[in-house]
Design a protein around this ligand. Structure first.
Ligand code: NAP
Length: 251
């Protein structure tokens, strides 16, 4: 396990960087967007609800951080044309992309494979994996312009070890780990880096849905797991690619 929970990022860690965060409206994605902005990045907030993204936008502006941007996109219905539009808009507004945090995901249903609904399985794969792939493909040229961009894929403990009743979600995270490793190998001669990050049990709506009987107070908050998110996005991780990280040590 590689974890940087004690990392203390300098205030100017991401000064001048352009960083896109998917699922930036709530939970871990919101905390990451705020944290990257607080450390100097211009953050592109991507998500399906403009009103929820606007709340994050306003909070970033209120901190006096660089002005963020909102890119609305529903990853459940997104097509290659939508990913290309995101890339074109980014190219026009910023000319490059220095960081990409693939964070948006859905849980799907917690049932056995025998009981899984194929339509829900496909929906989970679309949001958690296929959209991640499409967006990465479309944004690769802009990441290459940056020269030393960092791409972080959000994984899960069930994306590294299969577990009963985690069906589509677990499968989507295994696929994400595989994509990360393939990209890292394909770009091993460049400064582009691709790594995966398992947040671990974190106090969010998704965790509550997965473990309704758990006391949320025993869990770390999204803000508390940000050190590894910052380390991976910042220059100290240059040269590290194809690795699987954990944002917190296991309990
Ligand atoms: P969350 O609170 O449910 O937030 C998920 C985010 O994804 C929200 O911003 C949500 O937007 C967005 N999203 C969902 N469907 C979308 C769609 N169709 N299009 C665009 N955006 C969409 O979950 P979280 O706990 O913060 O999870 C963040 C990441 O960490 C996920 O990849 C998850 O698998 C991973 N993870 C979490 C835990 C944990 O304990 N929390 C553990 C392991 C891994 P809305 O605000 O519009 O819903």
């Amino acid at each position: 396990m590689i974890c940087h929970i004690d990392y203390e990022a300098p205030d100017d860690l991401l000064d001048g960087k352009i960083v896109l965060v998917t699922g930036a409206s709530s939970g871990i994605g919101r905390a990451a967007a705020m944290s990257y902005a607080r450390h100097g990045a211009t953050v592109i907030l991507l998500g399906r609800s403009v009103s929820r993204l606007e709340v994050v936008y306003d909070a970033i502006e209120a901190m006096g951080a660089p002005q963020p941007a909102i890119f609305p996109l529903n990853l459940e219905s997104a097509t290659s044309q939508d990913y290309a539009t995101v890339a074109t808009k980014l190219e026009k507004e910023f000319g490059r992309l220095d960081g990409l945090l693939h964070n948006a995901s859905i849980l799907g249903e917690r049932v056995t494979v025998a009981d899984a609904d194929p339509a829900i399985w496909a929906q989970v794969m679309q949001v958690n994996f296929t959209a991640t792939l499409g967006l990465t493909q479309a944004l690769l040229p802009l990441l290459q312009v940056s020269g030393d961009a960092s791409v972080i894929f959000t994984s899960s403990s069930v994306g590294r070890q299969g577990r009963a009743r985690w069906g589509a979600y677990s499968t989507s995270k295994f696929a994400t780990e595989g994509l990360m490793q393939i990209l890292a190998d394909e770009h091993r001669d460049s400064n582009l880096r691709f790594n995966s990050l398992n947040p671990g049990a974190t106090r969010t709506a998704m965790r509550k849905a997965a473990y309704p009987d758990e006391d949320p107070q025993v869990l770390r908050t999204p803000e508390e797991i940000m050190p590894t998110y910052l380390w991976l996005m910042g220059p100290e991780s240059l040269g590290t690619s194809g690795r699987a990280f954990d944002a917190q040590p296991p309990k």
